[in-house]
Ligand binder design. Structure first.
Ligand code: 5GP
Ligand code: MG
Ligand code: MG
Length: 200
């Protein structure tokens, strides 16, 4: 793992190693496996960010299960009210099933709110959220986060599927944005954030 990396205009420092990430993923898979062993759950990965997590998670999950994906596109302007577009919708076969969402990271909870909405009329048997990273300080949703791998502070990270301006998804480890760059980061619908359309 390099000490620091640069993506476009931003400098990032080493934060969480691949080994630590994989340990957290393995633990999530074990916890979920214990509860869902006989249920054949349907895992729903949220593209693009969760692709690497989903891959490692599936390799650790030892019992019968299915996998599908959704893809959401969110507008994150200053007055954004959330997701505007579903780029890849749910297949029909979730009715009556145990569904577990696999997310890369829960931040404000806006994306999650949209996912909950997406499932609200699908008659699933039960619906749980599993997110590898959880920024508990910035979460202001009502929905409980059923499983998470690591709780992290409200600082921007890249790597292991997570991007900065679509780059950095291929990094095996997680890097954190340098402190001095935090203030002018233009990405989210938070104070100081700009405009943009991006896939969650
Ligand atoms: P929320 O809707 O909970 O505010 O944000 C969820 C989405 O925002 C994530 O799925 C991810 O795409 C993006 N996001 C939130 N925090 C970070 C972060 O620290 N790094 C990156 N790369 N994306 C993030
Ligand atoms: Mg992104
Ligand atoms: Mg995501």
């Amino acid at each position: 793992m390099q000490d620091s990396i640069r993506i476009f205009d931003k400098q990032f420092k080493a934060y969480i190693s691949e080994a630590e990430i994989l340990a957290a993923v393995r633990k999530m898979a074990d916890d979920i496996a214990r509860e869902y062993r006989d249920q054949t759950p349907v895992f729903v990965g949220v593209l693009n960010g969760a692709y690497m997590f989903v891959s490692d998670f599936m390799k650790c999950y030892p019992y019968p299960c299915e996998l599908t994906f959704v893809k959401l596109s969110s507008y994150r302007g200053l007055t954004s009210t959330g997701i505007v577009e579903t780029l890849l919708d749910l297949p029909e076969e979730v009715e009556g099933r145990h569904v577990i969402i696999l997310e890369d990271i829960i931040d404000t909870g806006r994306t999650l709110q949209e996912l909950v909405h997406m499932f609200s009329n699908r008659n699933v048997k039960d619906f749980k959220i599993a997110s590898l990273f959880y920024k508990s300080d910035s979460y202001n949703g009502e929905y409980p986060i059923d499983y998470f791998g690591m709780e992290i502070p409200d600082k921007f990270i890249v790597g292991y599927g997570l991007d900065y301006r679509e780059q950095g998804r291929n990094l095996r480890d997680i890097y954190q944005l340098n402190e001095e760059d935090m203030t002018n980061l233009v990405l989210f619908g938070k104070p100081g954030a700009g405009k943009g359309t991006q896939a969650a």
